[in-house]
Design a protein around this ligand. Sequence first.
Ligand code: ADP
Ligand code: MG
Length: 267
Amino acid sequence: MTDSAVRARDLTLRYRTGFGHRDVDAVTGVSLDIAPGETLAMVGDAGSGKSTLARAIAGYTDRSVDRGVHVAGGALEVLGVDVRSLTRRHDDELALRVGYVPQDAGSVLDPHLTAGENVAMPLFQREPKLSKTIAGGIVAEALDAMHLTLATMPRYPHELSRGQRQRVAIARALVLDPELLVADEATAGIDATVRGTILDHLAEVQRSRRFAAFVVSSEIGEVRRLSQRLAVLHRGVIVGMGPIDDVLADSAHPYVRALAELAGARA
Ligand code: ADP
Ligand code: MG
């Protein structure tokens, strides 16, 4: 037991790809810590293993979901729970404490439920007998935190813009007041101005509720709005970690150097 929100040591995450195929180690030898209330941002190329790590930290390993990833080496502890030990039952327990915004979260909202019902779902999973009035109040508050109006509540996902859907997905991840938020490219595919405000809303909620966060981003420019600490993943390995400017200033690794040049060019 530690008092870290997330603690990984020499972690290897592997996908079993089936008979006749080689297993894929998507993440190897990763060590990192996220303290309670702290944020760690992660950047890296497509295919570097960011979503795999996010999935494992959110507790979606192969014991809790079909064809999931599994801890093939090292250790991963989330909110004091050893992720290797998760069974479906325990996973439910962790699921109530970790808010997860998977990649393309807006597109995995239930299309047959309204935005309000989508956000309310975790509330009823936790407490099936919860009164609808109380749930409605909590949902309204969660939507408001993401600056969505009450008019959003009765709408179906297809009636919303991509940015609105994404904000509904974030509201759903936050509705149980999680101790940890895992957000995987929560603003990908949204135009730049809307993206900035969504990140600002998220930062605002975090300041008031003080949950720990693991935030995956494909853009270094986004990261600063949410975090002072950055980890860079390259082909499944962490090649830089620390305060953002320190990481970018340390040009030992060619990938980090390229990233720093890109960030400089954008600034
Ligand atoms: P990123 O989010 O950084 O783009 P991913 O974590 O999605 O990277 O993928 C990392 C690696 O793991 C890639 O090589 C990808 O092909 C592989 N991978 C991802 N999901 C699966 C899966 N379900 N089965 C097998 N391999 C996978
Ligand atoms: Mg990804």
